[in-house]
Unconditional design. Structure first.
Lengths: 189, 189
């Protein structure tokens, strides 16, 4: 979708090339299948609470991208009190990262598309979790976060109401708020 | 919760100190509030699709941990086709990382607690997302992942059924499958 644009014709707001954004919107209007994406991750257990995820290619805009030239490795661990080595954030902390990063980018992209300049975005998130279900000591508590609170501080001419309305387009917020069915298959190696 | 144990008395399975795990279970049985955790993340927007999350302290087992001596910084970006600089995985890819890392660790911890040795765990995840809702071109599609498929290959004496039963204690799986209410507050900076 990304095409060469004459710099003189290009509008950039909040670091987002709005000219290209509008080209994407037009392309998807003409050919809705271009909006279909598939993202992927591979993980390998190392030892104890430590494991590593490799993120490479994805499908989107009608073709494969990055399988050859895009590789990120991110690790996860558990803190000492949860019997890990504390070499990396733990998975429930990464969930908060995914959520706040997505809310932040959603505000930035949506604002750019609407011609709204954002000067700064900072956020703090807290998630409450009761480990009794994991430890099989209670059937009354759920296994995951019971609630998550996200507080954003945004410097911009936009109202808090409009910023919230924009943030609510966040894909990760949608998954966390409403859930997505996970099909889990186990194969013996 | 972590106490000094005589090495001769310590059982370690899959890299997990099972003796300490059992001490945690006993401590939570005696004092259920020790199971309450709060995890946290702070994020700061840099430019365009690039932002950074700092993960430090958390609350759990009745006290604060790591606020002074534990700091992880993880970044997020978007690929070029989504108008980013592709300096890091994007937020929906980090969601898959959080999910697969949590499923992996849950299998490892649960197996250790049951005395089951795991030789290896590898997994691949795929998530399908239609960008039309984000682009405000459709009200029929949801904003987040429509579905996620996780395939685990596990070398172990345990049956695939038991591994799946153990994996389903995963806190992140619980959040992704069933959702967690997110309270989102926007303040003007």
């Amino acid at each position: 979708m990304k095409e060469q644009t004459n710099i003189a014709d290009t509008v950039v707001t909040n670091g987002i090339n709005v000219t290209e954004y509008e080209e994407i919107v037009q392309a998807v209007k003409d050919q809705p299948d271009l909006a279909k994406f598939q993202f992927r991750a591979r993980n390998r257990w190392d030892m104890g609470g430590y494991n590593l995820t490799t993120i490479k290619g994805f499908y989107g805009a009608g073709e494969e991208h990055g399988a050859e030239d895009r590789t990120f490795v991110v690790d996860a661990d558990e803190p000492h009190i949860l019997l890990g080595e504390d070499r990396a954030p733990n998975p429930v902390e990464y969930l908060l990262h995914a959520l706040t990063a997505c809310l932040t980018s959603t505000i930035i992209y949506k604002a750019a598309a609407r011609g709204i300049t954002i000067d700064s975005v900072e956020s703090t998130l807290e998630g409450d979790l009761d480990a009794r279900a994991f430890l099989e000591l209670s059937n009354e508590e759920r296994k995951g976060y019971q609630s998550i609170r996200a507080t954003f501080t945004v410097r911009s001419d936009a109202s808090a109401e409009e910023i919230k309305e924009m943030a609510e387009f966040s894909p990760v917020l949608d998954v966390v708020n409403y859930g997505t069915p996970v099909s889990l298959r186990i194969e013996k190696g």
